[in-house]
Ligand binder design. Structure first.
Ligand code: GLU
Length: 507
């Protein structure tokens, strides 16, 4: 059997978003499941949309997700180069082959002439006329101009593009792995540009040539590419490669949580859309948009939630490791309809993964995630803290909120909750408590609770109220894990210090 080869073919035009990474993931799972190759190809032929740094960004994102390509600009491989801008020499000859066979033609129209065409032929039914089988007869191209004129235009260095000549009335179809049979009428598609005036191919020609030369067997791509499929089908046919055409799967859109409308770039800020924050800023707001990584998602959770956006294994199971996904994934369980992205559900996945990873692994992740908070902390201590608070954390960013008091005394207290109930007897209680605790050895932190309760009984004060004060002394407010879990973690000396600090400011 032919070796399975799939590719992820992003254009380096900005950040990588949810939909893009889900495409990578499905490609990756399919390749791994079949012992195939997963290739990264950078589709950078559109110089006007090129963004400096975007390729590295894509590579870093894939690495963070654990979806490392077998071949690509970094890994290299037998069918490189893997950047289309470095493959320019391949495309021209194929375009010429298409011209010679009458499947493509040269078009010399200037931008002004194209604009004029749009104005002249626009009607109510067709407000945006396209360069197609109907209008190409009216334009300046190698179909309408004489051979001599074409030659003299070329000799004079006149810029031109090469367009595919779409057949007037043919029906084309292919079998999509997700949608089944899909049919198109060629007459509805315009004569797409294959080679631009700068000599660079467009996506349409480059994707076909490279999928062929790179021996791609299956291509998973976003649904937005479905309208281009007839052009690609024809190119596979016209270039004589039809029997080697990859099987396509057009993946459904990812929708807003409300369930209608495609998730747009603008939803990014609200929903933590890109994988990482980008080095470049959002041109509209001039702000850096936070990504999933910065928001505190674990890559395991991110990959898991992406897999479930449009697929399930037929059971209720939702938590999958990457190896589990590799063995369970099947293309026939990918939904045809759009998948709804729900940020709350995304957090649910992350919470589940925080509970699932060991406290030791979580400690490593937290140190990496926030070195300023955890970089100089004793790891064994951090592990204890994680065990105490992880149940309350959905995102890595929640850990500091939930645990800062394990590392430093509070700087502000919720005195509004204390003052109405605070009496001298309380102060006396805590002074006696300090005295009794001071007699303990540091290792006896577990005895705090007993001493506290005995003393409360002796002084006949309700322990509930005392505990509320105690919590505020330890953490600053009415939050955090059980108080005696905190005291046994921070230890004797810190506990006494925090009571003293509190008493100093309340009276
Ligand atoms: N360069 C295209 C993109 O940016 C690739 C589409 C495909 O996978 O064929 O999405």
């Amino acid at each position: 059997m032919k070796k399975i080869r799939v590719r992820f073919a992003p254009s380096p035009t900005g950040g990588l978003h949810l939909g893009g990474v889900r495409t990578v993931l499905y490609n990756y799972l399919f390749a791994r499941q079949h012992d195939g190759d997963f290739i990264l190809r950078i589709e950078d032929t559109d110089q006007s949309r090129f963004v400096e740094g975007a390729e590295q960004y894509i590579i870093d994102c894939l690495k963070w997700c654990g979806l490392t390509p077998d071949e690509g600009p970094v890994a290299g491989g037998p069918v490189g180069p893997y950047r289309q801008s470095e493959r320019k020499q391949y495309y021209g000859a194929y375009a010429q082959q298409l011209i010679d066979a009458g499947y493509a033609y040269m078009a010399f129209d200037t931008p002004e002439e194209l604009e004029q065409m749009r104005e002249q032929f626009k009607t109510v039914q067709d407000p945006q006329p396209q360069y197609n089988h109907r209008l190409r007869e009216q334009m300046r191209n190698s179909l309408t101009l004489g051979e001599k004129e074409v030659k003299s235009l070329i000799d004079a260095g006149t810029p031109y593009v090469i367009r595919i000549a779409m057949p007037v009335d043919e029906e084309l179809s292919f079998t999509d792995m997700i949608r089944g049979e899909v049919t198109f009428k060629t007459g509805l598609v315009d004569d797409k540009v294959l080679i631009k005036a700068d000599g660079m191919p467009t996506y349409h020609l480059a994707v076909v040539v490279d999928d062929y030369l790179m021996k791609i067997t299956h291509a998973f791509r976003g649904e937005e590419w479905l309208p281009s499929a007839p052009v690609h089908l024809l190119l596979w046919k016209y270039l004589g490669w039809q029997s080697q055409m990859p099987q396509w799967a057009h993946l459904p859109l990812i929708l807003k949580p409300e369930g209608h409308g495609k998730l747009s770039k603008r939803d990014g800020d609200r929903l933590g859309f890109p994988v990482f924050a980008m080095e470049w800023t959002d041109p509209k707001t001039d702000e850096q948009i936070e990504g999933f990584k910065e928001k505190g998602f674990l890559p395991e959770a991110f990959v898991n939630l992406l897999a479930m956006l449009g697929w399930n294994d037929g059971s209720e199971k939702e938590i999958f490791t990457l190896p589990e996904l590799i063995s369970s994934f099947s293309i026939d369980r990918v939904h045809k309809g759009g998948a709804r992205f729900d940020y709350e559900k995304a957090k649910w996945f992350n919470h589940a993964w925080i509970q699932r990873l060991s406290d030791e692994t979580m400690a490593e992740r937290l140190v990496q995630f926030s070195p300023s908070h955890y970089g100089s902390v004793e790891i064994s201590y951090l592990i204890k803290v994680i065990a105490a608070v992880k149940e309350r954390c959905h995102l890595l960013t929640d850990f500091w909120q939930q645990s800062s008091f394990f590392f430093e005394a509070p700087s502000v207290y919720d005195n509004d909750s204390v003052k109405p109930k605070w009496k001298d007897q309380h102060k006396e209680f805590y002074l006696s408590f300090i005295e009794r605790m001071a007699g303990l050895k540091p290792a006896e932190a577990g005895a705090f609770e007993q001493i506290f309760k005995e003393l409360a009984a002796e002084k006949q004060i309700k322990p509930g109220e005392l505990q509320m004060f105690f919590r505020i002394m330890l953490v600053g407010g009415k939050f955090g894990p059980p108080v005696f879990e905190i005291t046994s973690t921070i230890g004797l000396e810190q506990t006494i210090k925090r009571i003293e600090l509190f008493l100093a400011q309340i009276s």
